[in-house]
Every structure is written in structure tokens, then in C-alpha cells.
Ligand binder design. Structure first.
Ligand code: ADP
Ligand code: MG
Length: 697
């Protein structure tokens, strides 16, 4: 017998108002009681006092509260449709105007009703008025709040009243137990949890308002500490989980590695040998490496990366090398393929700009496991390429990748099966010339091992840097001419115009035309970000082969480009660039044995900070020192997007101002993980709950 047909559902059950509110709260991430209790105020309003209308009229430029009885309420056209309400107390009348209003408000504000309104008073055509005040209806003698009124971060369709009620209800139900043991609180002089939270939701009348506003109050400190501690704990846990996952054991620095070293035209520096040993050791472990290779511009990171890749290939695995720009990826491809292909290594090239057919061909080779080394841009992780035997992923100039790409790489991307077909996680090697600021090293990058190349290859003649007024441009062009006659090559970097990319391109094109005209007989090339990759490559090739004498460029050449015969670098409007950027640009020369010169042209007059920056550039060639000075002058927020990525995880703490707390939280996390796993669990459950995934990055 056939089963009776089920009646199809004809309509969705209408949602109750309560569940609609719950949905909206959930959109703000407020699901459980503890979520709501930890939804702390953004700021506070002082509603503890009522001024007379007369006094309010004299309180210039600040929000005040008045109370009065409605004497008139009408929808007027002045000239726009608006609700005009007049209230009065013993001292006189005050007009309230609402440009957007509901019908219900007209009823609510009927004549004779009593209103408490808060806003700024200004003197309009019709006398003292408040435009769009916040207000509530009250009875005569209604008590005033005794403390400041919290203002919560709100979402669409959620009023402060609803949020406040949700928080108050949650506070009545939540488990208030302190997750931190007494001893830990005493050690760091921390307020207990419950009083801290209650104080922030309902500050007492005598509170230090400025400490509340700048979040230096002990109650805020407790919240920030808790948050940072949760972050440190979850990161350490994620690190353990990663270790537990397992990785391919790449322990054969065999035939390829040896042949590669033998045919290198130079000997590795002691520093390169040391970091290589560190990397080799990690690769031979059965859990994934997470290592950052830091080394100043020109210190020779590429060859170390190639040797790491050789070890993966020797061990029977595939390796990937990703670079942030086409130019750089292309250069790596040529250089490394030039080293490796003669040794029988199958190298694939993958970028976004490949033709469909070429891409298909490359993908086939990669997915069949034939390609042993894959070099490209982030196309490698974007185009869901399967790399069946991926053992090692190398990321060059890692700080140049976007925040999202970095998260994909670090958090899951390379390891979650989207690009590998086996169950292990690849080893990761990240490379950068920019040192990481200390707070970021302790938070966002806390689970990285760091290797540093602190020595430049021998035979480099130091770069001489000169700072020159822009109006001596003609002399500079003459120098370029002279250098070219001696068979040397020059870069000419066009000014950075942050406001307009179009203008920047225009300037580059103009400079190219001007230099071509001023230097007849020399070949002047041009590269900029908007050129087709093909054209860019042709020009770069011609420059690398020495056929182009002067290369006019926007900052596309900033990272990594390596043409040893280029020995003159001209940077126009150097005062517009950041120090680290100038150092990167300058690092394009000084790569061969010829004495190199960097000319920084500036537009006078220079401000004091710009002067200081150019002075540092003239006096130092040490990238770490320069980066440190840069941080002093500009703050870590400038660390290329790292602030967003590091800060995104934190709601209350601020990586710049709360560095001291970061250090304490880190120390506390270490102790708790060693001695007190129950506290770790309780603390993570309270602070992360559903957000844990997010915090793992
Ligand atoms: P970066 O660390 O800035 O990425 P590169 O890897 O591009 O530096 O190296 C800069 C230049 O130095 C390249 O031309 C490279 O071939 C060369 N080089 C690297 N190591 C050595 C070495 N040990 N001796 C001599 N030259 C080296
Ligand atoms: Mg490099």
C-alpha cells in the first residue's frame, strides 16, 4: 500500500516578535547569555541631570537633557514635511523638530504629555530648538538614572532600549563565576569579573569618566586582559592542533640538493647556511613547519627557498612558491627554472594572466603530480588547483599579500584540502624583508618560528645615497646619461600619487616621454601596474638583458626585482614614500659589484618628519634599523594591513596602546597551559564560544 502523501507545507509560520529580535541579535553575534553580557558599551551618555530650557539654551555645543510638557504638536511644511513639537517648562518653550517620523510619534507627543529630551540646543528661526533629539515619555517626578547611560554597538532594527533589555535579562541568568583563579588576578592586579562587567554596563555616578572613555579604567583593563588571554590560549591550542595534524617528512637533502649547490655560481654565506639548516631540520619533522624567513633586501632569501624546495622534491613531494606580483613571480620562475630545469626538475608556471589553454596544460601537469615545483602568483591558491603531493608551500614577500589571502594561506588554504589531495598539511615557509613589530609578533604571528639572515653576500659595494632638490633634475638626468655611457643601467621611479592611480600612470607616461627626449641615443623603457603582463615582461626582459638603459617605473618594481647590472636608482618625490618602501626600492641596486648610487629627489620645502626620514635613508642601509625608525615615526598601524588582520580578532584591546597587556596575557597563557587546563577550557568557552574558528588565524 502506498504511503499516504504528506501535505506540502503551504506557508511559513509567522515569526513572533521575540524571535525576530533574537534573529537581529544573532546577526550582531549575540546568541548566548554570555555573548550579550560581553556586549559592552561603545560609550556613555550623561542623563543624570536635567537643565531648564533657559539653561539649556546657554549650554553651547554639547548634548543636554531637558524636561517639559508638550504645548503644541503639528505636522508642518517648513519647507519639508516635518513634525514640529513645542515643549515648555517654567523657564520657557523649546521646539523639537523631526524630519523623519512615524505616525505613532504624533500620537505619543500629544499636547499635555510630559517629555524628557536629549540633544544639542541651537537657535533657529523659531527660537531655541533641538533637531532629532532622543526623547522618552515620562511622568512628572520620574526618577533620573543615577549613573551614566550605556550606548551599545547596535545593528539594524535594534534600538538601545532593546539592547539594554537583552543585556539586563542576560545578566540575570548568566554564570558569573570568574574564570581566572584568585592568584592570577592578584599577580596582575586584575578586577574580579562580575564587578568589572556590571560596572561597565552600569557605571556608578562617581566614576572617573575619562578613564571609562579612554578604556584605561580597571574594569576595561580586566576585559582587555581576558580577551587577549583568550586569544593567546586559542592560538597556542591551534598550534598544538596543527602539530598534531602531521606533515610529510621531507628528510632527503639528496641528489638534487647536492647538484644544485654544486652548480651555484657562489658559495652560501654563513647566515644562509644557518637558516637553511634550521629549515631543513623543520622539514624533516612529521608535523608542519611554520617558519618566517627574514632577511634584509638583497640578503639572498631566494636561493634558500630554492634549496628548501629541492629538499621537498628530493623527498618525492611537490613544492609551491608564491609571489605577490607577476613581475616577481616571473623573475623567480626564470631564475629558479634556470637553476633547476637543467637538473631535470619539472617546473610549472601558474598566474592569473595565463591563457586558458596554457593554464589547463599547467594544471594538468600539476594535478598529475608531474610538475615538481610550481611557481606563480596567488592564482596558485585561487583557482582550486589540486596539488596531490604538496609537501612545502613557500610565500615570498608575505607581508605584501592581502589580509584575506594571508588568512587563507595561514589558516586553512594551503592545508585544508583545497589545494592538496592528501591528508597531511604542507610545511610553510614565509619570506619577508620587513621585520614584524613586536606586538604583532606576539599576537597575530605568535606561532611562527623565525629565521634571520643577518649578513649580505660578500663583494657588495655599499650603496651611496644622496638627497637632492627636485629642481636639480637636469643634473640628475645628466648623471643617468653618464652612467649609461659606462655601460650601467638605471631605474627611474615615478612619484607615488596615492589619491589617483590615473594621475600616477599619467606621470609615468610623461616622465617616460620626457626622459626619452632628454636622452637621445639611449633606450628608455616603461613599466607600470596597468600594462598587460606580456608587455611588462617584455620590457623587464629587455632591461635584464641590458638592452634597455633606463627603466621608468611606478612602484611595481618595488619588491624583489633583481637585475645586478643596474646600479643607479632615481626616486622622484622621495618624501612621499614610506621608509621601508624607499629601502625596498633602493635595494634594487647594489646587487652587483659596481658601486651603486641612489638619488632621492625631493620637493622643497620639506616638513620636519620628511626631513628626518630622508636623513635616515641617507645615513643607514640597514633594513632592520630603518624599519625600526619607520615604526617610531609612523606607528605599527602602517605595517601594511597587518593592523586590520591583527586587530580584527580583538574587540576591546588595542594592539598599539595595550602592548603591556599583551605581554602579560602571553605570560599568563603559558602558565595556564602548563598548570591549569581546566581554567584554559573555562576561559576559552566564555570568551570564544562560537568565535573560536575566527580567532585561530
Ligand atoms: P632577497 O633576499 O632580497 O630576496 P635575492 O634572493 O634576490 O635577495 O638575492 C639577491 C642577489 O644576491 C641575487 O642576485 C642572488 O643571486 C645573489 N646572491 C644570493 N646569495 C648569494 C651569495 N651567497 N653570494 C653571492 N651572491 C648571492
Ligand atoms: Mg626576494
Amino acid at each position: 500500500m502506498p504511503a499516504p502523501k504528506k501535505k506540502p507545507a503551504t506557508k511559513e509560520t509567522a515569526k513572533s516578535p521575540a524571535s525576530k529580535i533574537a534573529d537581529k541579535l544573532a546577526r550582531l553575534g549575540l546568541r548566548s547569555d554570555i555573548d550579550k553580557v560581553l556586549h559592552l558599551p561603545l560609550r556613555y551618555e550623561d542623563e543624570t541631570q536635567i537643565l531648564t530650557v533657559d539653561e539649556a539654551g546657554r549650554a553651547f555645543g554639547r548634548a543636554v537633557q531637558v524636561e517639559g510638557v508638550v504645548t503644541a504638536c503639528e505636522v508642518a511644511f517648513r519647507p519639508r514635511r516635518q513634525l514640529v513639537v513645542t515643549i515648555a517648562d517654567d523657564t520657557g518653550p523649546l521646539t523639537m523638530r523631526f524630519l523623519n517620523f512615524y505616525g505613532s510619534q504624533v500620537k505619543q507627543l500629544a499636547e499635555g504629555n510630559r517629555v524628557r529630551a536629549r540633544g544639542e540646543v541651537r537657535h533657529g528661526f523659531f527660537g531655541a530648538e533641538m533637531v532629532h533629539p532622543s526623547y522618552k515619555m515620562v511622568n512628572a517626578g520620574a526618577p533620573l538614572p543615577i549613573g551614566l547611560t550605556p550606548v551599545y554597538p547596535a545593528g539594524e532594527g535594534l534600538s538601545q532600549t532593546i539592547l539594554r533589555k537583552a543585556v539586563v535579562d542576560a545578566m540575570a541568568r548568566v554564570d558569573w563565576r570568574d574564570t581566572l583563579p584568585e592568584s592570577l588576578r592578584a599577580a596582575h592586579d586584575l578586577m574580579p569579573f562580575e564587578p568589572a562587567v556590571r560596572l561597565l554596563h552600569n557605571p556608578p555616578p562617581d566614576i572617573d569618566e575619562s578613564a571609562l572613555a579612554d578604556r584605561s579604567h580597571a574594569a576595561w583593563v580586566r576585559m582587555k586582559f581576558d580577551e587577549l588571554l583568550a586569544q593567546q590560549l586559542s592560538m597556542k591550542r591551534a598550534q598544538e592542533a596543527r602539530r598534531a595534524k602531521g606533515a610529510a617528512v621531507l628528510d632527503k637533502a639528496g641528489k638534487l640538493s647536492k647538484a644544485f649547490l654544486r652548480q651555484l655560481p657562489f658559495k652560501l654565506t654563513a647566515a644562509q647556511q644557518r637558516v637553511l639548516a634550521e629549515i631543513r631540520h623543520d622539514l624533516a619533522q612529521a608535523f608542519p613547519m611554520q617558519r618566517l624567513l627574514q632577511g634584509d633586501v638583497g640578503s639572498g632569501k631566494t636561493v634558500v627557498a630554492a634549496l628548501a624546495a629541492a629538499q621537498a622534491i628530493d623527498s618525492g613531494y611537490q613544492a609551491v612558491l608564491m609571489a605577490p606580483t607577476e613581475i616577481l613571480a616571473d623573475q623567480h620562475f626564470r631564475k629558479i627554472a634556470g637553476w633547476m630545469e637543467p637538473l631535470g626538475v619539472n617546473v610549472a608556471w601558474l598566474t592569473g594572466s595565463l591563457k586558458a589553454k596554457e593554464k589547463r596544460e599547467a594544471k594538468e601537469r600539476i594535478e598529475a603530480g608531474v610538475a615538481q615545483l610550481i611557481i606563480g602568483t596567488h592564482a596558485v591558491i585561487q583557482d582550486d588547483v589540486q596539488i596531490p603531493k604538496l609537501g612545502l608551500a613557500i610565500v615570498d614577500e608575505q607581508h605584501r599579500f592581502g589580509v584575506g589571502q594571508r588568512l587563507t594561506l595561514r589558516n586553512k588554504g594551503v592545508g585544508d584540502g583545497t589545494i592538496i589531495g592528501n591528508s597531511t598539511v604542507p610545511h610553510q615557509l614565509m619570506m619577508s624583508a620587513t621585520p614584524i613589530p613586536r606586538t604583532l609578533a606576539m599576537t597575530y604571528y605568535a606561532d611562527l618560528e623565525v629565521s634571520v639572515i643577518d649578513e649580505l653576500p660578500p663583494g657588495r659595494t655599499p650603496i651611496v645615497t644622496r638627497v637632492i632638490d627636485q629642481n636639480r633634475r637636469d643634473e640628475v638626468i645628466e648623471r643617468v646619461h653618464a652612467a649609461a655611457l659606462e655601460g650601467r643601467q638605471a631605474y627611474w621611479v615615478c612619484p607615488l600619487i596615492e589619491e589617483s592611480e590615473a594621475l600616477q600612470l599619467q606621470t609615468a607616461t610623461d616622465t617616460h616621454a620626457a626622459l626619452s627626449a632628454a636622452l637621445p641615443g639611449l633606450r628608455v623603457g616603461l613599466v607600470h601596474g596597468r600594462m598587460k603582463p606580456q608587455e611588462k615582461q617584455e620590457t623587464m626582459d629587455a632591461f635584464a638583458r641590458g638592452e634597455v638603459h633606463v627603466l621608468v617605473a611606478t612602484t611595481v618594481i618595488e619588491v624583489g626585482v633583481d637585475v645586478p647590472n643596474a646600479s643607479l636608482m632615481v626616486i622622484e618625490h622621495a618624501e612621499r614614500f614610506g621608509l621601508s618602501q624607499l629601502h625596498q626600492l633602493r635595494g634594487r641596486v647594489g646587487r652587483g659589484s659596481a658601486a651603486s648610487v641612489c638619488l632621492l629627489l625631493y620637493q622643497s620645502p620639506l616638513g620636519p618628519v620628511a626631513k628626518e626620514r630622508l636623513r635616515i635613508m641617507r645615513e643607514s642601509t640597514d633594513g632592520f634599523e630603518i624599519a625600526r625608525k619607520d615604526l617610531e615615526l609612523r606607528g605599527p598601524g602602517e605595517f601594511l594591513g597587518a593592523r586590520q588582520s591583527g586587530q580584527a580578532m580583538l574587540r576591546f584591546a588595542d594592539l598599539e596602546t595595550d602592548q603591556w597587556l599583551v605581554e602579560r596575557a602571553r605570560d599568563a597563557a603559558q602558565l595556564l597551559l602548563r598548570d591549569d587546563p581546566a581554567t584554559v577550557d573555562a576561559h576559552l568557552a566564555r570568551w570564544l564560544g562560537a568565535r573560536e574558528e575566527y580567532l585561530k588565524v
